[in-house]
Design a protein. Sequence first.
Length: 607
Amino acid sequence: MSPLIEGLLDAAWLVDPDSLRILSANAAAATLLGMDLQALCRADALELAATPEDVVFWESGVADQADSTDSQTFVSRADGKLVPVLRRVTRIPFGSGHAAAPGGTNETYLVVMRDRSLELRTQAELEERLSQLRATLESTTDGILVTDLTGRIVNFNPRFVALWGVPEPLLAEHDDAAVSAWMLRRVSDPVGYTRRLQSLDESMTLEGSDVLTLRCGKVLERRTLPQRNRGQPIGRVFSFRDISDSLEANRRIDAMSSTDALTGLPNRRVVASRIEYALALAQREGVAFALLHLNLDRFKPVNDALGSAAGDRVLVEVARRLTDTMRQVDAVARLGADEFVMLVHQADMQRAEGAARRLTEALQAPFVIDGVNLTLTASIGIALFPGDGATPDDLLQAADAAMTELKSAGGAGYRFHHQRAGATVVALRTRVKLDHAMRHALASGRFRLHYQPQADLDSGEIVGAEALIRWRDPELGDVPPTEFIPVAERSGFIVSIGAWVLRQAVQQAALWHGRGHRLLMSINVSALQFQQPDFVDSVAQALAEVGLDPQWLELEMTESILIQDAQEALHRLQALARLGVKLAIDDFGTGYSSLAYLKRFPIGRLK
């Protein structure tokens, strides 16, 4: 083997220019051609030619070639398989160390071939993938925009052009600045749009999605992902999806689920949330509100006589009159059939009565249906917050009960849940005033705790104290707990008061312990406070803040806590017991539980 080709990694052999016989070849050539090295050296170049062009090349053309010629061709293996190769033929003069060619010429041909099979397969696979990606890009319903690190547009699809309405000339001229300016003019919030792009430019690895509203009303969902090459960001891919129709569909679905199809009023599903809002507003501002439940009297005979279509027109007209009668800040909803609910904000008994009277008068005018004059009356039940309930269900039930009682008495008119009108007004005003004053008292530090000693009967030694809340108001004077605690329980403010009592009591107990007085601190816990999901955590936190051992705290509860959702009460009491807190039942025997029933619970003491 010639030293000239022995060290080459590519297939190589030397060819005699006259006889075209292969003079010498390396091992890579034998591998490429699938031939024994000795057999290869007995062959000639024409035997390896796989195409007519190669035959012509070796028979006549090679002599006319330049000193070095590159070409892409095929070579024939011993098994008949054609192998694509990159070929270089170079004239090599014989010098020192080389004998002349057999024909006596002073040069030979060096043939070097590199197998292109893997390269061509990879290229074909790449082209197939690019074709698939191109087809995907063209057919997707999302608009696609690809930019490089500088923001230059690298690629886009027709859907992007259609969504943004970018003029073709701007894209054809590759005027990226003009395209960006066009997109900026199209969005309804150019400042926010620009700010978002700046944040993406500052972090090329950032990905995410947002929503763009265009000036034409179209809404696009924009998603962005960094484009990477070997893990390094090289640009960005933006996708834009038109979600206008889906948003509109969702809006219609929401409207259908929350709106009465016949009258267009809010339906039963919305009523509870409206009352929840009214409750929060009333509790925050210390005001009352009213809930009116209206039911048409003797509507069924009218519906049966004239038909359901006529009945529907009556209900639509009733809804219109009720809506026109109420203030814009108030709410009107249809519960179903011939029942409606009105929510009157910031309404005491007098205002609620005025609203009921106006509604009654609005329905007195005849309803003309298919030429028939109909006269309808309605029964209206009225519930007031905070007097008649502290939850949406309580208030709805109270208004419904008042309406039902009125209908049983003949209907036509309105009735409050509590019929003693004069007493109700006084009680309502007192409750509203107390509720507002309580909130101010807690915020301004007007509540105080008094401690009632608890003694051991055998030794006479004081072993504990019960925390009792007291309230002295500059306007109301001394307000006994029997007056303000029920109001706090109705409005839910008892939870805030209870949390304050807990913190103050454990702080005082810790002070006593620091002075050597090892006393058990007992506090009362309301049912509503006990039912709060974070109650156990709040007890643990209060103890931890002052460093009081849990065994020196006793929580007193009523039997009702054990009866309402007994399983949940058991879990909560067990959690408190694991914490180390002592548990007691206050006023045992006034409820319906027995000693056998109490064995289920980790109760340490009965009072």
